[in-house]
Design a protein around this ligand. Sequence first.
Ligand code: ZN
Length: 347
Amino acid sequence: MVEGLSAGERRKRIRSIAEGMRHQSIPPQEAHHMCVTMHHGHWLGGQKCKGDQALCAQCLRTGTRVEETATHVHHDCATAKAVWELVAGHWHRATGEELDLSSPLQTIAGLRKPPATGCESATAAWKAREPAWRLLHSVTLLQLYRARCRSHAAYHGKEGSSPKKADARAVLTQVRRRMQDRLEFEHRKAVNAEGIAGRRGARALFHTQWVNTGVATMRKQGPRLHIFTRPREEAGGAPVEGTLLIRTGAALVRSTARQGPAAGWSVTVHEVQGDGSEKLHLKASGAVPTRSTHGARAPPQAPTRQTEQAAHQAAAAAALVYDRQKTRGGQCRVLITTSSDTAYRNI
Ligand SMILES: [Zn+2]
């Protein structure tokens, strides 16, 4: 992880790894496991075990004799590779970020590459994903090790039985359960920080880091992990001629010392032509009325304050109003697109 670096770069890399390992969203058990893994402290491999006990049991089953090291268990083994592929696929679908699985720096140390563009908003979005990534990464790392232990114990057991819950799908199920538990814990922590400790903005920060990133959604019962849900079916392939494509957008400008928050929505409507091209029909935009900004003038269902989610919902509401006008009494195919999963679920 530090090969080929100069002394200065090496120090910087080690500092990044150490800071990542201390991230507050990593649960204590996972933090301990990660620390032992990074220092190759597990009881495995040729230095500590003899004979077949020093080899990877998962690989032995397929007839491959490989020495078991911390890097092999968590990065090189076929099971580890399959698990990381699944995790990276889900992460990409939920957040739009691609992970580089070729290096143990990503899979074992959990260091993600910052966005190549260096643009301010992309970097802020990348940073906002760090708590969710650190939790997902540390939980996956520990579950991989537990699967390895089950596999090892079964292989070297009296009957040489086949292990239970040691394949990639089973590991992912354990990761999902642990993630959901910790997500609820993080939410309770934010609620208590704001309600009991009086830390203003703790719930908004939870929303920014877990919901806006696409990792979770909020329901009445509490937060629900969204990252592992199956991708939605595309609605009937490419839209046919005459279909109205309603695309929604939303933006929130946070409050500063001089100005209060501002939120707005926008909608564009295109009609699909015979050759597949799109003809612009309508562009509309507006402010998001809330009770905090408009007081008694706000509509009855207006949200209490301006948030990104409220802006997305206002955009979706405008799209639905237009949809109702166009489809009333006639045959008209309409496709509405929203970039917010929570707004989609609410619709
Ligand atoms: Zn192996």
